[in-house]
Design a binder for this molecule. Structure first.
Ligand SMILES: O=C(O)CCC(=O)C(=O)O
Length: 274
């Protein structure tokens, strides 16, 4: 295995409209065209003021709710330990040049089916991090039942397209730990929605420093799509995203029993990737 944990990957898992540099090189006929619509207004999020300010200075700033950033959430030593432990496991090819490791139940979001399958819990290395998260008031009671590690590399043109995370199974707070390099999370509104009274697409750049923790909740979780663009991956980047259960799977919810089983398994912190 190479120092970056790669396994000499020369194939990819892209499907449909998704591509990465590996399949683009293989399919020479693929012509990449910029998908940027005409009217795009670029804003930069300021974590201190919680305002999104126009990068070109041509529009008024607006409050951007639902982002919480914790700088230096992990130390360099912890980052090294986490990455070397991940690199001892296989990384599975995923779409758009990403590789992934999953610790969670098997889910069919279309059919709304959850199966425990081989879910053996979150990995041991996350136990202390989860306890640390829970001490932050805005993450009180945060009990993740899924951890997804993603590996991005500029050589593969890794990216993740703008999307909203599911909210049938996953709860209010999405928590990500950003490792190995700085990057930018780009937030954009779903078509038809407008922000700051602007006629066009509004994009808000949220800078993610190496070793920070990011929480998306509220409007940033449900109204704004999030993406990592290929051009914002400058070096290898690894992130771990932790997801909690929605109300349907918590006490009082229709699937509380299944939720309790998932919580019990996750919190054993004896997991291997599924
Ligand atoms: O790479 C990231 O920080 C975002 C990951 C993400 O959006 C996802 O796993 O759904």
């Amino acid at each position: 295995m190479a120092a970056d944990g790669s396994h000499g990957v020369t194939t990819c898992a892209c499907k449909g409209i998704r591509t990465c540099l590996i399949c683009e090189r293989l399919k020479e006929e693929v012509q990449l065209v910029s998908c940027e619509p005409k009217n795009v207004y670029h804003f930069l999020y300021n974590p201190e003021t919680r305002l999104a300010s126009s990068e070109d200075g041509d529009a008024a700033s607006f409050v951007f709710p639902g982002v919480f950033l914790w700088n230096n959430f992990i130390s360099e030593e912890e980052e090294n330990e986490l990455i070397s432990s991940m690199d001892q496991d296989a990384w599975n090819p995923s779409q758009s040049g990403r590789r992934k490791q999953d610790f969670g139940p098997k889910v069919n979001f279309k059919k709304r089916k959850v199966r425990l399958c081989n879910f053996s819990g979150l990995p041991a290395g996350s136990q202390e991090l989860v306890a640390r998260m829970q001490r932050e008031p805005s993450l009180a009671g945060f009990q993740p039942v899924e951890q997804c590690n993603l590996d991005y590399h500029p050589e593969r043109g890794s990216a993740i397209e703008p999307h909203l995370d599911d909210s049938w199974l996953w709860g209010e707070r999405l928590v990500t730990v950003n490792m190995l390099s700085d990057t930018t999370l780009t937030m954009s509104l779903c078509p038809g929605a407008s922000a700051a009274g602007l006629d066009g697409e509004v994009r808000v750049a949220v800078r993610l420093p190496r070793r920070c923790l990011l929480v998306l909740h509220g409007e940033a979780r449900h109204t704004w799509k999030h993406a990592i663009h290929r051009e914002d991956i400058h070096r290898r980047r690894v992130c771990s995203t932790y997801r909690e259960l929605s109300a349907e799977f918590l006490p009082g919810g229709r699937q509380a029993e299944l939720g309790a089983r998932l919580l019990g398994i996750a919190a054993g912190f004896k997991g291997t990737s599924v």
